[in-house]
Design a protein around this ligand. Structure first.
Ligand SMILES: [Fe+2]
Length: 212
């Protein structure tokens, strides 16, 4: 079946689960597996809406010929489905970026290090800026490159379904919902953020730089 405008997304759970099978640093395999399962559930939900939307498109001519009250009800349903899908997409994209940001020893070198030094003065200062925003956020913090200025900065949101779509390339993400850290770090959010820095895969993160 064609899925047209709401695309069916590819589930990357298997790649993440393989990477996380022995845990990552102080992140336990159990907590990471549960987090990946949550991501996979979001993805299935989004794909089910995409398939449903495809059926609306297939049936559009008959859809419009129904009674006025029914038509209005159906249109409302379609509008709400589009909104739900977009909200799920934000969560999915941020989780994929988060899972792919993790996996090495936090060693920052090469081109990405140079860019952090140009934009934040030093890697230490980048981390401080990122950490403060993360401590005060309940959604996400992303390191992004702004396409208009070519500059890097840290952007935060309290919304779990947010993702920087417009004019920006997100390079890395940290999940600040409690489910991301409570089982391994309890309420110690700062320890979680520090461990996140220790386990970053900067070689992978560098691949997210846009060609400008
Ligand atoms: Fe999450």
């Amino acid at each position: 079946m064609a899925t047209d405008s709401l695309k069916v997304l590819t589930d990357k759970s298997e790649v993440f689960l393989k990477k996380f099978e022995n845990g990552i640093g102080k992140f336990s395999a159990n907590a990471l597996n549960k987090h990946v399962a949550l991501y996979s559930h979001l993805l299935q939900e989004a794909n089910s809406i995409a398939n449903e939307f495809s059926q609306y498109l297939d049936n559009w001519p008959s859809f419009q010929n129904t009674e006025a009250a029914e038509e209005s009800f159906k249109k409302e349903l379609v509008t709400s489905k589009i909104g739900q899908w977009f909200s799920l997409y934000g969560k999915i994209a941020s989780h994929e970026l988060y899972f792919s940001s993790l996996g090495r020893n936090g060693n920052c070198e090469g081109k990405i290090k140079e860019l952090l030094e140009i934009n934040f003065d030093s890697v230490v200062r980048f981390k401080l800026d990122f950490k403060i925003k993360a401590l005060y956020s309940t959604g996400w913090v992303w390191l992004i490159m702004d396409h208009y200025t070519g500059k890097l900065f840290n952007l935060s949101s309290n919304r779990e379904d947010a993702f920087p779509f417009s004019g920006m390339s997100p390079l890395l993400a940290i999940d600040l919902a409690e489910h991301a850290y409570e089982s391994d770090f309890g309420s110690d959010k700062e320890a979680y953020i520090e461990e996140f820095f220790n386990d970053l895969d900067w070689k992978e993160i560098e691949k997210n730089l846009p060609i400008m």
